[in-house]
Design a protein around this ligand. Sequence first.
Ligand SMILES: Nc1nc2c(ncn2[C@@H]2O[C@H](COP(=O)(O)OP(=O)(O)OP(=O)(O)O)[C@@H](O)[C@H]2O)c(=O)[nH]1
Ligand SMILES: [Mg+2]
Length: 494
Amino acid sequence: MRTPSIYSVDSTVDPISQVMRAGHASETPEERRARLEAEAEAKRVSEQIDEELRQERERLRRSRGDVKLLLLGQAESGKSTLQKQFQLMYKPNSIEQERASWRTVIYFNVVHSLKHILSTLEAWDDSFEDDPRAPPQPTGYYDQSSSSSSSQIPPVPRAPSRPESPVYGGRNNRIASLRNRLSPLLATDAPLADRLSGGITVSGSGKGGVFVRSGWQARTIDKALGKNSMKKASSESRGREGYMHEDDGDILLQDVGRMLSALKDDVRELGLIMKRKLKLDEWSEFFLKDITRIASPDYVPTTDDILHARIQTMGVAEHIFDVELHGRSVTWHLFDVGGARGQRHSWIPYFDTANAIIFVAPVSAFDQYLEEDPRTNRIDDSLQLFTQVCSNALLKSVHLVLFLNKTDLLKAKIDSGLRVQKYITSFGDRANDYETVVQYFRAHFLQVHRRNNENRRVLYTHFTSVVDTKATQRIIGNVRDSIFRGYLQSAALV
Ligand SMILES: Nc1nc2c(ncn2[C@@H]2O[C@H](COP(=O)(O)OP(=O)(O)OP(=O)(O)O)[C@@H](O)[C@H]2O)c(=O)[nH]1
Ligand SMILES: [Mg+2]
């Protein structure tokens, strides 16, 4: 006996067709109308499903043609700053929309720097009887004779010379009274951090201060506009709790602005002392030297301020741009990742679909150590990370671009007389000038690439300072063209 197929079109044996036909013969005009309506509705639903499927197929087909670009590199290497340059180039309006929200970040950067400076001064003060000028320790990566790729010797922070400035004259009193005067301003550190992070504390938020997820801008703007706010309570000294519960719109920012303005001379004094005595983070130095402008009541961050603001990325933030090529628009997905060690596991799911990577390595960091692991020199870490990226099987056919970044800071360090050999023994007695140093670092990254290049892919290298808009946008144009060339080649193969 024949087993009817579920795809059978033989309606004489199809029980459903038989029932339907039987129904047609005996149905009343109302039943017929209802049946036709039901059939029309079923057809409409079916067509709608078909259309949705078609659109989904089209979206998938198109997104296969999208460019997916990952920005990788250690914390503080400049990935988010580079992302801002893409944003300025391809979505300038969005920077305008976010401009106000950067005031929170910049205030936070200033307050957090002040806190860091004061506690460093106090710590030094306690240990002044010890010899404060121990030489820094060299890094191990370049010491090719050692099998371990990083030095196990903890770095010794640079410390101030013996009292010569007024601060160290009657230093205890001076520092104590500075802390006293600045204390209401310092107390805004925690509520500013909460506003940026949405109250999420991540272990490892160190001197950079706070981790943020994508979308923080909207949250800080909502707050500043007073959305979701609760009734304002009056309180002279608002701590973390005070601001969390009472915040009505801009109060926190107004308070910080007012205090900065009133205390700007103290702030400047502290900044100047530290500039002479300690390596300040680049953003601290940038904002402290401009404190009068930032403390003004109608302060609005400039684009340059936004490019210098520091906020740690948590997880992976996706940014979408439309990029034109020969009159055709291609969607670019830029993935800006958190570079701290605790964040790196979140990169992996993006490796599968990536077309291109910009690996950002800060070459100015030869005298710095990881915040997450103070035994590891930052250049060592960048080279190790670059080794992992070059040798990762999932990434073996991605378009690879290397940005040797922070060249402006490298120049400044060399000009100020900092000697590379002190930190990197294998640099030997090469000339301590910018060109020699930068080529030396480049050679090491090229060597890593050469040793991990089964697929014989090209490595595109650029010397960058991603806070420099004009130069960076020219380089982005260059990167875009090289990615598109690869993109067209692979499209031609399909
Ligand atoms: N002077 C100078 N500063 C830079 C340069 N690149 C980045 N910066 C600054 O360095 C700091 C860190 O930069 P980010 O872009 O936040 O670093 P990131 O790689 O995104 O760091 P994570 O999000 O923690 O992984 C910011 O204050 C930037 O303004 C550069 O080329 N020159
Ligand atoms: Mg970042």
